[in-house]
Each structure stands twice: as C-alpha cells, then as structure tokens.
Design a protein around this ligand. Structure first.
Ligand SMILES: CC1=C(/C=C/C(C)=C/C=C/C(C)=C/C=O)C(C)(C)CCC1
Ligand SMILES: [Fe+2]
Length: 566
C-alpha cells in the first residue's frame, strides 16, 4: 500500500509517449488534467494525512489515437517554502507545522491568535476549476492557483478573500451552460456572523469592449445562509444544483472555530478541530435561485457525513438530490498515513460505508396534509418527506447502492433528470466485530476493502456494470461525450489506473460508457500517483500539448546548449 499512498512520486516533465493497446476513438482529442497528493515527506519530516500531500498535477494529452503523459508539482508558496527549508513548514489539514523553530513560537502564535484564523495553505491538491478560459488548481482554503493546462506550470496565486468574504471554499464548483462558476464558501466571524456564502464567477467579462479581463475580479455574492452555530460552522466538500435551486447540507460534522484559533499554540492539527456530532441533525437548505433566498420550510434528516453530491433535479414539484453519505466521519480517520501504510486490510476499516442515497424534498407544501404524512407522491423513489409541523419536514432517503465514491455524471445532465452514476467502487466486506469503535464509542460493524472497481450505476433499473482488474486501483472515472451524442451514456470513460503490483505499469483506461467494455489502455513507464479529481479539456491544441515545454524545460535546454561539455 505504501506504493500507492505513502511514497513520494517523481515528476515527469517531458511529455512521455504512452504505449497504447486497443483503439482510442479518433474523435477523442483533448487533455485529461488531474490533481492529487504526490509528496508525503519533505526532508526528514512527514505529513500525517493523505489529504496533506503536496499537489502533483498530471495530464494525459490524447489525439490521433496517441497519448502523452506528463506530471509536475504545483509550485505553490507552500511547496517552495517546504523545499527551501527541506522540511514541512506550512500546516495542512492533518499536520500542524512550525515555520521557524529558531524563533519564539509563542510570539508567532500570538500573532496568529490576533488574527483569529491563520493564513492557510495554498497547496491546492484536490481539483481543477475552469474559470473563463483559465484553469485553477483548487483546495478548500481561500487560495486557488492558476495553472497552465498544457505545461502544468504554476501561475498566479488568487486569494478569494480579495473578492468575496470567504475563508474557505469548496473545490467542487458547479458550472452553468454558459460556463459561469457557482461555488460556496464559509465566512468565519466576519462582523461576528459566521455564514455560508454562495458566489458566482462569470465566464466572461467585457468592459467597454475590452477583453481578457479577469473573471475573478468580477465575482459576486449570490446569497448567504447564516450558520446555525456561530462558532462551529459545518464542514462540507460539495453542494448540489438544479435548474432553479441550490442544495446545501449543513451537516453535524463541524469545525470548532475556537479550537482552530488555538490549534497552533496547542500543537494540534486542523483535523483535530473537526468533529462529528452524532446527536445532531443534518439541515437541508434549499435556495431558490430566482429569489436568491432559502425556502422557508425547515427540512432536516438524520446525522450524516457527506463529501460528494452526485446530482440533483426537479420532478413534479419535488426536488430530488443524490449524495454519497456516511454514518460517521471514519473516512478521514482511514486516510491517516499511519493507517494506510501499515497492513491496509487490517487498518482501513470504516465504521460506515459510503452509500449512494436519494433524497426527495417537496417544493410546495400541502397545507392540508396531516402531521406525519408523507409529502412525496413520486413513483420513481421510495424517499420520504414526513410533515412534522407547518414549516418542518423530516426527510428519509432511499438507499440506492453501497460502496461507491468519487461519483461523476455526464455533466450535460447536471441539475437535470439523469440516469447514470459513474464512480469508483470499493467493496467493504464486513469483518467480525473485535471491539469498541474509538470513533463512536460503541460496538461497531467493521468493513475492510476487498475489491476495487469502476462502476456504472443505473438509477432507473438499479443495475450496474463494472470494470476491474487484479491489483488495480481505479481513480475517479471521467465521462466524455461522443460528439453529437444523444444518449446520456453515449461516450467514453477515462480513468487513471495505478497498480499495487510493481510489475504492472500504470495506465489511462478508456472504456465505452454504454457497455463498460475496454476500448484501449495507454500505459506509461512512470510512478503515477493515485489522484483525486480533475477534468477533461476537449479539443485542446493536441500538437501544442504534445510538444509544449514549460519555461523551466526551455531554460534547461538553452543552458544545455550553451554549457561547455565537460
Ligand atoms: C488545510 C485546511 C483544510 C483542508 C481540508 C482538505 C484538504 C480536505 C480534503 C478533503 C478531501 C480530499 C475529501 C475527499 O472526499 C480545512 C479543513 C478545510 C480547513 C482548515 C485548513
Ligand atoms: Fe472531492
């Protein structure tokens, strides 16, 4: 497991031609650009958590049936400071770091305290966001980093706070048909009011006919939602949209602001300031995009932890939304490197498995409905919404499928009716209970991973198709539609596969999205990292992608030309 999770990966700066077996469809031209943690130790120091690792961007440039691979570390301020000091000097999610051991730690801590919330990391390791014509590496802090999608070079650092009052923002924005970005962030103790802020970044800006203006400078607040608890806003990783609404889950997995403000002085990580409150509810906020206000009915459900929304849409006066839900926060526990690097089977136990669940929320309240009655009359789901009071509804989901994560859809169906979920599936087999869970303090059913595959789940027929191979770890499957496609699943699936078998090279897998049969694979002789998220840039200048060298490479080549041979 160390091969996959714990080991630092080398960059592949020069585009490397992959060995293609099978046939890549001729129409498939573009670049699959992805992000994830690639470096877990710096000098003698090591990160505690897999989500701390330094961002390693990688790309597969595809065209004329060929594939070229390259990878490059994001040259974030965090990366540069760490490399220069040859140790970890910037704090990440699961690792608190101290910039300068020679200086008085306390004076530093006091200056942090006076700001309440310290300056966060710009190690943008989670996803890639498209903003107008530009691409950004993203994480969940207030920083994003512009990148060159062809050369993977790191460009400007953008601070969201300069444009909207957010200290944190998700790495999973939504896009409308015009390419405008919709995202949500948390504004911590801004004028004493902790709130969730939904903001928009326009795809294009033109002022007096001037082009090339930065869309980020034209961000606007779309609406905000007050946090239930001023000092403990919810943690969230994504949200949902339909054509007319936004779905935001205020889950009882919360950040303790006071703990965060003193974390540095106490020598504990940000992760330790997050806690799951199983005695609490999950509040379902539905924001009407037309009025820019939350609907007044209070919808809630049982406590849960959600990272990924799959999709949401409206049907017959109801809003349906699908998520991957956990019963507790054991996922974060699992990704501590100490757990991942030891006996994986033994240690990677979850006290709850990721489950695809469908919720249904009534958009119009039946005033005459009796208390206790189910307001959902759809034949397509068994999800229920029980009226409790005039303005209070308890939602009970329909369980669709257990054991999948990293969901993707055909994005043309985002916010609209859809049928297919593409995801990574990890089958967690139950193992005999050995004791009491440290997380929940109760006897726990334990699960250990037994099999990893890519899955296409059909919500309509409740059936699935799968792709899997021995020793292979699939990444998030990305759907790319065939040009002119009419069917939702008319296209291909791309996934970067790494293997635990040292004899087997990593490869880009190309599947037919309809049948889930393998069309081709492009193997590369590199140590590839297991990534998190990314996107496909269609029709990107294939020749340029194949040849484009970064500024550094060009400089090195020039140096080689002038340097006398010794
Ligand atoms: C640094 C930092 C954070 C980073 C969180 C990260 C990096 C989360 C990654 C989550 C993933 C990858 C989930 C996958 O499902 C917080 C807690 C937002 C706030 C404090 C500073
Ligand atoms: Fe994610």
């Amino acid at each position: 497991m160390d091969i996959i999770f714990g080991r630092n990966k080398k960059e592949q700066l020069e585009p490397l031609r992959a060995r293609v077996t099978g046939r890549i469809p001729a129409w498939l031209q573009g670049t699959l650009l992805r992000n994830g943690p690639g470096m877990h130790t710096v000098g003698e120091t090591r990160y505690n958590h897999w989500f701390d690792g330094l961002a390693l961007l990688h790309s597969f440039t595809i065209g004329d049936g060929e594939v070229y691979y390259r990878s490059k570390y994001l040259r974030s301020d965090t990366y540069n400071a760490n490399i220069e000091a040859n140790r970890i000097v910037v704090s990440e999610f699961g690792t608190m770091a101290y910039p300068d051991p020679c200086k008085n730690i306390f004076s530093k801590a006091f200056s942090y305290l006076s700001h309440t919330i310290p300056d966060f990391t710009d190690n943008c390791l989670i996803n890639i966001m498209k903003c107008g014509e530009d691409f950004y590496a993203t994480t969940e802090t207030n920083y994003i980093r512009k990148i060159n999608p062809q050369t993977l070079e790191t460009l400007e650092k953008v601070d969201y706070r300069k444009h909207v009052a957010v200290n944190l923002a998700t790495s999973h924005p939504h896009y409308d048909d015009a390419g405008n970005v919709l995202n949500i962030g948390t504004s911590i103790v801004d004028k004493g009011k902790t709130k969730y802020v939904i903001f928009k970044i326009p795809a294009t800006v033109s002022e007096g006919g001037k082009k090339g203006l930065s869309p980020l400078k034209h961000m606007e607040v779309f609406c905000s939602i007050a946090s239930r608890a001023l000092l403990s806003p919810s943690y969230y990783h994504s949200f949902g949209v339909t054509e007319s609404y936004i779905v935001f889950l205020e889950q009882p997995f919360r950040m303790d602001i006071l703990k965060m403000a003193t974390a540095y002085i106490r020598g504990v990580s940000w992760a330790s300031c997050l806690a799951f409150h199983r005695e609490d509810k999950t509040y379902i906020h539905i924001i009407d995009q037309r009025t820019r206000k939350p609907v007044l009915t209070k919808f809630y459900t049982d406590p849960m932890v959600v990272f990924h929304h799959v999709n949401a849409y409206e049907e017959d006066g109801c809003l349906l939304f699908d998520i991957i839900a956990y019963e507790d926060s054991s996922l974060y526990q699992l990704f501590y490197l100490a757990n991942l690097n030891k006996d994986f089977e033994e240690n990677s136990r979850l006290t709850s498995v990721p489950a695809l669940k469908r919720f249904a929320v009534p958009l119009r309240m039946d005033k005459n409905a009796e208390a206790g009655s189910n307001l959902i009359k759809l034949s397509s789901t068994t999800a229920r919404a029980l009226k409790e009071k005039e303005d209070q509804v308890y939602c009970q989901p329909e369980l669709l499928y257990e054991g999948l994560e990293l969901p993707r859809i055909n994005y043309a169906h985002n916010g609209k009716r859809y049928r297919y979920v593409f995801a990574a599936e990890v089958q967690w087999s139950p193992i005999p209970t050995k004791g009491i869970s440290m997380l929940s303090n109760r006897p726990f059913p334990c699960f250990s991973p037994s099999d990893a595959q890519i899955i296409k789940y059909d919500i309509l027929t409740k059936s699935s198709l799968k792709w899997g191979e021995a020793h292979c770890w699939p990444a998030e499957p990305v759907f790319v539609p065939t040009p002119g496609a009419e069917d939702e699943d008319h296209g291909i699936i791309l996934s970067a596969i790494v293997s635990t078998d040292p004899q087997k090279l990593p490869f880009l897998l190309v599947l037919d999205a309809k049948t889930f049969t393998e069309l081709a694979r492009a193997s590369v002789d590199v140590e590839m990292h297991l990534d998190l998220h990314g996107l496909f840039i269609p029709g990107a200048d294939w020749d340029a992608g194949k040849q484009a060298h970064s500024r550094e490479e060009r400089d090195r080549a020039a140096e080689r030309r002038v340097a006398p041979r010794t």
